[in-house]
Ligand binder design. Structure first.
Ligand SMILES: [Zn+2]
Length: 243
């Protein structure tokens, strides 16, 4: 991790992580949690455990909140406060059974904010245009996460981009993901090449990986593309799965 200028203006400096660093740090969080609770590291992590992870690291956590007045498509909010743990609220809309995979990505997205961004609010006062009471949940310290940014956001908003990358890295930790992709290619006797979105294997690979990690097809596709297992066009390149 290196410190770089924060062009969004939230902080003077902000942390920059390489994707490999995020993969390592996110997998470590999940592995330690599961080893401590079950004495084994097996995935998928159940949804209840995702809520426990957030509860353990927040002052207050509400997984069934009416966020309709927070703006269109807001699915999660993390409130940061100086000298206290964050508060997390998740939209009640995600409690529908058929939206469980979306709930899982939103939970891990907010968990990333809690685990990797809260410390910034402890070491530096964010710039404030208003003289807000220090104990209030001020809008300056409120981070609203919209549906379109939960999995993948523009890199211009580094907090959303990192949390979007992090939710995939929590749910599909890199060492396990490599093994699942390797198993898929071995079991189905598919050449060790990158699958393009228009290849006949691509949808099967997404389905196979999503089943292993209990993730949505969209989150799985984004993660596989971020790690180079799937590419947009049909240009095929050989890769080593031991990278
Ligand atoms: Zn967010």
């Amino acid at each position: 991790m290196i410190w770089v200028n924060d062009k969004t203006g939230r902080f003077k400096k902000r942390p920059h992580y390489s994707p490999e660093e995020l993969d390592f740090e996110c997998e470590k969080q999940i592995e330690i949690f599961l080893e401590n609770k079950y004495q084994r590291y097996e995935l998928p992590i159940i949804t209840k455990d995702l809520t426990i992870l957030i509860e353990q690291n927040t002052e207050n956590f509400d997984s069934c909140c009416d966020l309709s007045e927070e703006g269109d498509d807001v699915e999660g909010i993390t409130y940061f406060g100086k000298n206290k743990k964050p508060v997390v609220k998740i939209s009640s809309r995600l409690q529908e059974v058929f939206l469980e995979n979306r709930l899982r990505t939103t939970l891990t997205h907010e968990f990333f904010h809690v685990k990797f961004h809260d410390f910034l609010y402890q070491i530096e006062e964010p710039p404030s245009l208003f003289d807000l009471q220090s104990n209030s949940l001020s809008s300056e310290n409120t981070h609203k996460c919209k549906r379109d940014n939960i999995i993948k956001a523009s890199e211009k908003d580094w907090m959303e981009w990192q949390a979007g990358y992090g939710c995939g890295a929590f749910l599909m930790p890199i060492s396990k993901l490599k093994k699942v992709v390797h198993d898929f290619r071995t079991n189905f006797k598919i050449p060790f090449e990158i699958s393009s979105l228009d290849s006949p294997y691509c949808q099967l690979l997404i389905f196979f990986v999503a089943q292993q990690f209990q993730t949505s097809d969209e989150a799985t596709k984004v993660r596989l593309m971020q790690k180079g297992f799937i590419i947009e066009n049909s240009v095929q390149k050989s890769i080593s799965l031991t990278q």
